[in-house]
Design a protein around this ligand. Structure first.
Ligand code: MOS
Length: 760
């Protein structure tokens, strides 16, 4: 009966495939002008001269904005912006001075009547620089890295510095190895886009492809001194956001350009700009040391990461998975950070955990070989039911089931123990596996539900569907709560005027928003039932709440279902057009990104708040299995099969959840085998400039992906019991593939991506 869990296709799917769904760049405005960026061609230094004469004379050009004529913005501390509820992923305000911090930095904005005119004129801007030597090589800069007291995904950056040395020295079995991961860039199908429309000087509307409409609203209201309610942000659909659409230059540039020319302005980044200006996953150098006793029980885990940042507090917290994955009396996990002259790193799907799992899960495989143990047995032996850092039990953990179900589905028992034993023609075949882990987040969220006399239900919430299925799951949640068909539900999201919600980041949307939808729908249901009970004309008049059941748009007596009253009739008799409720949920484990104090439109808070956040540690788990084929002569590697088993709490929609896991696996096959942004370290420019040379997986690179869910609700997270599923599916993928590659050819690749030169 229940709607929750059903493999429904996306309710907005037809709109999307027929081109009817409007994305940010498609909200063309009357009298709109187009902006195009001029980008720095040095990686460090200053602009000594910038000549816009030729560009200004070019056809259709309205203005050329540079640091010489751009309006000055007030200076502020990043922390003050965060406190206001806003966020910028890169702390570099548009055209405020002549400093160059990285290659590709936007140093000018041409605004013209058409896109082509703006783009053409941008090439006519003449720039002279004073160059300084940039540093873009992490290996070279590693010596200057420090261990800052910062917090990232997975908690504080540093844990037990120096504490692993003694236990390592006394461990009977030890391994130590260094793993590296490369810079990866974001390439959602939809590039970054904003259309900014000012009404006078105090009202602003932006159509902006974003993972956080309220972040955006608060950011703009903070920077431009506007009342939040005078800033409207619309993002009904997003063509993908994997951590990159949370506050980048296109937003402020569009808004400032629109203010400068007193017209609506559209600014869309090119595919090439995705390589330079909107964030990236930072590269890492990761040293892992493991020690075990004679029986193979871990005595110590040490995971020392070196990575970089610039113009941001975000860092790739790759040591995080090692804090919580396995039982060990001594765990040292550190993240050292240096600065490079590269645009700001940012969150990218499974931040920290995805890159970090490559190191720890490869090391676990290396140790299993050293001990002569099966890699799954070795992991089971070192299983932990508690988070050893927080000293709390996990809210729910079915990792052992993940191993068992995955091994069975994958056919792990056919794995050869030693490399080079399994051949298919010219290929060596290998099997590898890894564990997956990712934090489960939940933030404050609100939803409004309105049932009208025609029996239709509208759900309104300022959350956003970044392509994951949020529209559909909201409809399922509401349909389930009122036991009415999904078809009678209308979902309105992606508009900052709606009840507040956190950004779609950290895989928290389902866990945050759905409890609010459920609570609001429950409230509507209860009020409606009271209307019937209090109505002398109702068949249910005077009955007790406990005696009344519901379904198919009616209330009825549980003992005598023939005695019934329909939702629409109750409303009609009460002379009510609609009944509505707006509810906020005050959750456990607020990740601190959401609106801290929802505005007064919230009528109440649901009762599901409790102190479980003090009693449990919240993570999702999984197991990944890969079969790879490696050509003996060429070293080419192909992932032939992939099995992923996920323990992410209750599954809200079997189809969209499966798509999330498949997408994550594909994303990380890219990380494992091909994605790499390379720099010419002499000049600090990326040499991978577009999708022509920044390689991502295509259809032929992707095997059958077999996805399984444990699907057991985690009721400590919320009454719905769902944790997030957007990111964990990629954690462990690269290591499962690297471990399979070792099993195939006996070569341990400790550096991503595993290009053929590393496998020969
Ligand atoms: Mo996610 S990497 O927080 O969009």
């Amino acid at each position: 009966m229940t709607e929750i869990g059903k493999p429904l296709s996306r309710i907005e799917g037809k709109l999307k495939i027929s081109g009817m769904a409007q994305y940010a760049a498609e909200f063309n405005q009357p009298n709109m002008a187009y902006a195009f960026a001029v980008q720095a061609t040095i990686a460090k230094g200053t602009i000594t001269k910038i000549d816009t004469t030729a560009a200004l004379k070019s056809a259709g050009v309205i203005t050329v904005l540079t640091h010489q004529n751009m309006a000055r913005l007030k200076k502020f501390e990043p922390m003050d912006l965060f406190k206001s509820g806003g966020s910028l992923s890169e702390f570099l305000l548009p055209l405020q001075d002549n400093k160059i911090e990285y290659y590709g930095q936007i140093i000018g904005m041409v605004v013209a009547e058409t896109y082509e005119q703006a783009r053409s004129a941008a090439r006519l801007v003449q720039i002279r620089y004073s160059r300084q030597t940039p540093v873009t090589d992490l290996k070279k800069a590693a010596a200057t890295a420090v261990l800052p007291k910062m917090t990232g995904e997975g908690g504080p950056a540093q844990l037990n510095e120096g504490k692993a040395a003694a236990p390592l020295a006394s461990s009977p079995h030890r391994i130590e190895a260094t793993y590296t991961t490369s810079i990866e860039n974001h390439h959602p199908m939809e590039t970054h886009a904003t259309i900014a429309v000012w009404e006078g000087s105090d009202r602003l509307t932006v159509y902006h492809g974003t993972q956080g409409i309220l972040f955006t609203q608060k950011t703009l209201s903070f920077i431009f001194d506007l009342k939040p309610e005078n800033v409207r942000v619309l993002s009904p659909y997003l063509g993908g956001g994997f951590g990159c659409k949370l506050g980048w230059p296109e937003l402020l540039f569009a808004v400032m350009s629109a203010r400068a020319v007193q017209r609506p302005v559209k600014f869309v980044t090119t595919r090439q700009m995705m390589q330079t200006t909107v964030g990236r996953r930072a590269s890492t150098i990761q040293k892992v040391a493991l020690g075990t006793d004679t029986g193979g029980r871990l005595t110590v885990i040490r995971h020392q990461v070196t990575t970089f940042n610039n113009l941001t507090q975000v860092f790739e917290a790759s040591a995080s998975p090692s804090k919580v994955l396995y039982k060990a009396p001594a765990i040292e996990a550190t993240n050292a950070i240096t600065k490079l002259n590269i645009g700001a790193p940012t969150q990218m799907r499974g931040p920290g955990f995805s890159s970090g799992s490559f190191a720890i899960e490869s090391a676990m495989d290396e140790m299993a070989y050293k001990l002569g143990m099966d890699p799954i047995q070795f992991r089971i032996l070192n299983y932990t039911a508690t988070d050893q850092v927080e000293k709390l039990p996990f809210s729910a953990k079915y990792l052992l089931d993940c191993y068992r179900i995955g091994a069975e589905a994958f056919g792990w028992n056919r794995r050869k123990l030693q490399p080079r034993q399994n051949r298919q023609g010219n290929y060596f075949v290998g099997y590898g596996m890894a564990s997956a882990i990712y934090p489960a987040h939940r933030s404050v969220a609100t939803a409004k539900v309105r049932l009208t006399q025609d029996g239709k239900l509208k759900v309104m919430s300022a959350t956003q569907d970044i392509g994951t299925g949020t529209y559909t799951i909201i409809a399922q949640t509401a349909a389930d709560t009122l036991r009415i068909p999904v078809e009678s539900i209308n979902v309105e999201i992606g508009d900052s005027n709606l009840p507040p919600c956190p950004p779609a980041a950290g895989s928290q949307t389902v866990a945050s928003v759905m409890p609010a939808v459920m609570a609001a729908a429950e409230q509507v249901r209860n009020e409606l039932m009271q209307l019937a009970i209090n109505d002398s004309k109702s068949a249910l008049h005077g009955k007790s709440v406990e005696a009344i059941g519901f379904g198919g748009g009616t209330f009825f007596l549980k003992d005598d279902p023939g005695v019934a009253d329909s939702f629409t009739t109750i409303l009609r008799r009460a002379n009510r057009d609609a009944i509505e409720a707006c509810v906020g949920t005050k959750p456990i484990g607020d990740m601190g990104l959401g609106p801290k104090s929802p505005p007064c439109m919230i009528t109440n808070f649901s009762a599901d708040a409790n102190d479980d956040d003090k009693k449990y540690s919240f993570y999702s788990f999984g197991a990944q299995f890969a079969e790879v084929w490696i050509d003996e002569d060429f070293g080419t590697i192909k992932v032939k099969r992939f099995t992923s088993v996920q323990d992410v709490g209750r599954i809200m929609n079997e189809k969209t959840a499966r798509s999330q896991v498949m997408g994550s696996v594909i994303y990380h096959i890219g990380q494992a085998l091909m994605e790499e942004t390379l720099f010419d370290n002499r000049f600090g420019n990326p040499v991978t400039r577009s999708l022509a040379d920044y390689h991502v997986p295509v259809q032929l690179d992707i095997p059958d992906i077999d996805v399984h869910f444990i699907n057991k609700p985690d009721l400590h997270v919320s009454p719905i019991g769902a944790r997030g599923v957007g990111e964990i599916g990629g954690v462990g993928v690269a290591s499962a593939i690297a471990n399979a590659a070792f099993n195939a050819v006996g070569k341990r690749v400790r550096s991503l991506p595993m290009t053929l030169d590393k496998l020969l």
